[in-house]
Design a protein around this ligand. Structure first.
Ligand SMILES: [Zn+2]
Length: 462
């Protein structure tokens, strides 16, 4: 009831022309998602000093979530799950980055926009580019009043466009400066391409005491199993340590840009008017299970565990939080921070029931050998592969998931299986929800004739 009243008052305030009044909670949100960012590459998650100084400073005035997970291990499925509070299977966006959210799916941006909140996105990965379609707005661009996908840089080894982090920050701050009413509640989303490979931004960062690893062959594909993926090739370099140092260099380059963003928001007064959320779409394999400098190939923890740092307006709540947070709880937190959902739906509200009881990840097309589902309750994780295999792991004693405990702990596996069944039954299945294949909605040939090479559209691969 209080919440409904709050909404009514919020609507009244909006109809009177403006932003938060004295004593009113701020309703602005800044969401920063970093592509391919492992949490252990950041100082708040154990990386050595100097790896991410800006995020170390942010963590001192924010909440740091120790058990945050993405919903998938590649960009579009992961972000689609976050923006819709649905699993990749429910959305049909399961095959790498070639399938897009259809227009009938309601995104959190659309809900924010309906509530009168100004929405703007600044994206820097080619798979997030927007093109006119005959059926209107699709994928993640849905609901944004302002969607800036200008990309002038070219990836080193593929004909893919991207935008580097300083340019993305500048575009977002320019937009803030040009707003008619700087106090109007807003949702500002920045998606950085860094530290996605090839790791060419920033100076490589070497760490003392790193174990040497044998040289790897240079791959002839982008796969990365037992070899350097072709798209990662740094001038014929075969030493994995050089790539790890280059990855850390990308992270430090990104960190500096995020530092500039935070400073820009602070000097404009926008940081303390906003809930600032930093996370990643997915992680990256740096040699685990012999997968090198790639992602999307499985649901292994190094690919789906993500950093999550949330600074509330005025930095009034700080510290570390141990509860399980997945894309659904983060989705609700973004809406709650903007006043669209009640405060108890936010992971920042002390004492509220805000954690995800079960987090689900999916990849691959259902019914095929590549399909995988993983569910975790924070301690145990149960994974099903496309061939009908099942695996149970204990994240507390075995965070790298090397041992299958199914025969030792059959009761735990039964319980997780049962809970996932219950989770599925609670979900509202919308038969009309249908993913769109990129070839069906984008006229790629016409785009190419306008001087855009097919591959540069970003849909040449996964
Ligand atoms: Zn990504």
């Amino acid at each position: 009831m209080d919440w409904l009243l709050g909404c009514a008052l919020g609507a009244l305030a909006l109809s009177c022309g403006g932003g938060p009044r004295d004593g009113e909670p701020s309703r602005s949100v800044v969401l920063v998602t970093c592509d391919t960012l492992r949490r252990d590459a950041l100082e708040p998650y154990g990386a050595p000093a100097g790896c991410s100084p800006s995020l170390a400073r942010l963590a001192e005035e924010a909440l740091v979530f120790e058990d945050a997970w993405s919903g998938a291990s590649s960009t579009l499925p992961a972000l689609s799950s976050l923006f819709t509070r649905r699993t990749p299977d429910e959305l049909g966006v399961t095959a790498g980055n070639r399938l897009l959210l259809g227009p009938e799916v309601v995104t959190l941006t659309e809900r924010l926009s309906e509530a009168g909140i100004e929405t703007a996105a600044f994206v820097s990965n080619a798979v997030l580019r927007r093109f006119p379609t005959p059926i209107g707005e699709v994928a993640l661009a849905q609901g944004f009043e302002h969607y800036d996908d200008r990309m002038a840089a070219k990836e080193r080894n593929r004909r893919l466009l991207e935008r580097n982090a300083p340019d993305t920050v500048r575009a977002a701050l320019d937009w803030l400066d040009a707003r008619e009413d700087p106090l109007r509640p807003s949702f500002l989303w920045l998606h950085f391409i860094e530290p996605h490979g090839p790791y060419t931004s920033g100076e490589p960062l070497e760490l003392e005491g790193e174990e040497p690893t044998a040289e790897l062959p240079l791959g002839t594909t982008d796969r990365g199993l037992g070899e350097i993926p072709r798209y990662q090739d740094l001038g014929g370099e075969r030493d994995p340590a050089a790539y790890r140092a280059a990855y850390r260099g990308e992270v430090r380059y990104l960190d500096a840009a995020i530092g500039d963003l935070l400073e820009g928001l602070r000097t404009r007064g926008h940081l303390d008017r906003s809930t600032f959320v930093l996370s990643a779409d997915h992680g990256e394999s740096l040699g685990e299970r012999d997968w090198w400098f790639t992602h999307g190939q499985s649901l292994a923890p190094e690919l789906v565990r993500v950093p999550l740092i949330v600074r509330v307006p005025g930095a009034t709540i700080r510290g570390r939080r141990a509860g399980l947070v997945g894309p659904f709880a983060l989705h609700d937190t973004l809406l709650s921070s903007a006043g669209v959902l009640p405060p108890e739906r936010s992971v920042t509200t002390p004492g509220a029931e805000h954690w995800d009881p079960l987090v689900v990840q999916q990849r691959g097309r259902p019914g095929t050998a590549t399909h995988e589902t993983a569910v975790t309750d924070g301690r145990f994780r149960l994974t099903w592969d496309g061939a009908g295999g099942e695996r149970l792991t204990d994240l507390w004693s075995d965070p790298a998931e090397e041992r299958d405990l199914r025969s030792q702990r059959p009761g735990v596996a039964d319980r997780l299986r049962e809970r996932f069944r219950g989770f599925g039954e609670q979900r509202r299945v919308l038969p009309e929800v249908r993913a769109l294949h990129v070839n069906d909605v984008f006229d790629l040939r016409a785009a190419a004739q306008h001087g855009r090479e097919l591959e540069a559209l970003g849909y040449g691969g996964d």
